[in-house]
Design a protein around this ligand. Sequence first.
Ligand code: PMV
Length: 328
Amino acid sequence: MHLRSYLQQLLPKNTDTKPASEPMFAPTNIALIKYWGKRDIELQLPTHSSLSVTLPGWGTTTEIALNQGRHDFILNNKIITPDDKQYLRLVDFLELVKPAAKIFYKVTSTSQVPIAAGLASSASGFAALVLALNDLHNWNLSLTELSIIARIGSGSACRSFWPGFVIWQTGIRDDGLDSYGVPLTDKWPGLCLGILTHEVSTKKISSRNAMINCAATSPLFKQWVQQAEVDLINIQTNIMQKYFGKFGEIIENNAHAMHACMAASIPAIIYSDAITENNLFAIKQLRKDGIEIYATQDAGANVKCVFMKSDAPKIQKVFPNIQIIELF
Ligand code: PMV
């Protein structure tokens, strides 16, 4: 089925469209067990389930107004021009979801998340866009339905509709209607995420293309998927039991396995640079000194890490510029 017809069958018809939406906020999320591989490229269905944690208060606020004759995008007070990669991605998505051919939008967003630097800007961006469309067109959809729609824009966006830990279940249906975010009820007071941002320029290869090339050429891809499935089961046990050491080990190994799988692709996909390696080394060193801190890394050079709040002062001494987010 054509993607537009697929989405249109999920969207309510003949609702009252307002001239403009309210500003809608969606937080970003960081995957602890990564999504890396698509079983259906067009429907953005993953090869395996993933698990993320939402960063409270860190994300994108988007407002949409009806526009005359074309789509316009303003991000952080700057116009996104048609030669920008993001422009095409946004237009493609809006053309799939808009209720009628004559409808055009002016989308105004502000985001504290550096764009396309492996800090999950597209997750909060597409989630906020879908929330604003829901408000503009009075769709009145549930968060689960919005999660399915946002998944088409950016896979990881489907996890950005809930706080805390969220699983994106891969689902078993070919039409992907069971592939969406599901929040866990477990909370973990004191759990922190640290962000070590050293690279804010746009990544050289998009996660979408990298994922497709990796699945097609990496001899490690099959093992990566099997490992991610095991990691997802084990991390849930450790979240329930609040066993931080094992939880952190699973997260760090999962990120390393994903990057190893990428490195074995032809041509090799490598997002790390020298500062990434230094930061990963410093995290290992902190552990040797008895501080429980574990790293993760997405499709970008920046390192993120997890630790408990009680260790924050010692960690800040080693990483004075770290941004610390308390997750619960
Ligand atoms: O949703 P995308 O296309 O931005 O891909 C996200 C990929 C990773 O950030 C590497 C992993 C994840 O699960 O978020």
